[in-house]
Design a binder for this molecule. Sequence first.
Ligand code: ADP
Length: 190
Amino acid sequence: MKYYILFGPPGAGKGTQATAMVEKYNLHHISTGALLRKEIAAGTELGLQAKALIENGCLVPDEVVEGMIESEFKTVTGVDGFLLDGFPRTLPQAEALDQILAKTGEEVTATVSIMIPDAMIMERIKGRALKEGRADDASEDIINNRIVTYHNQTEPLIEYYGKVEKYHEIDGIGTIEDVRDRIFSVMDKF
Ligand code: ADP
């Protein structure tokens, strides 16, 4: 099984590109953000806990998303691999992922990182807010908090995967097709 991590700041276009990636490489897409929004919509206990955190631009506890990921790995079959979108987002989550995969003698295949500057994050998320109506896209303060959370908690993963030569950065500026083709040219190597 291949385990790809789709990395990058909020608004970089991970969700958009994920669709093309799963189709071309026969992967199962796991978006922790989408799974959490589903729990919120269903009004589950977990959703209730996650709602306030997400709507303030904070991360949910590591254990919550780690549990979600492990259960998806166990239940999904018939694919050549998984595309992790929005996970891991902290160093403890990256370590937990390594441990989960080690149980079956597997490891992360590659991290594909879509990079855009902070100024563009705000612009893109505001555009998306008009279409998707996500609560965490609704105010500049929340978006700013997500940008800060990204720099503080998620960015250290660049070094984590860089050290083991699993970090591949892609310029996220350009058309959707341009960015997609840059991603494909990295993934074709694995
Ligand atoms: P974006 O990439 O635009 O920030 P996501 O849909 O990936 O959007 O995530 C939305 C929110 O869900 C995050 O801001 C965070 O609160 C929560 N979330 C998603 N993935 C994780 C994770 N791996 N760890 C903790 N919180 C997460």
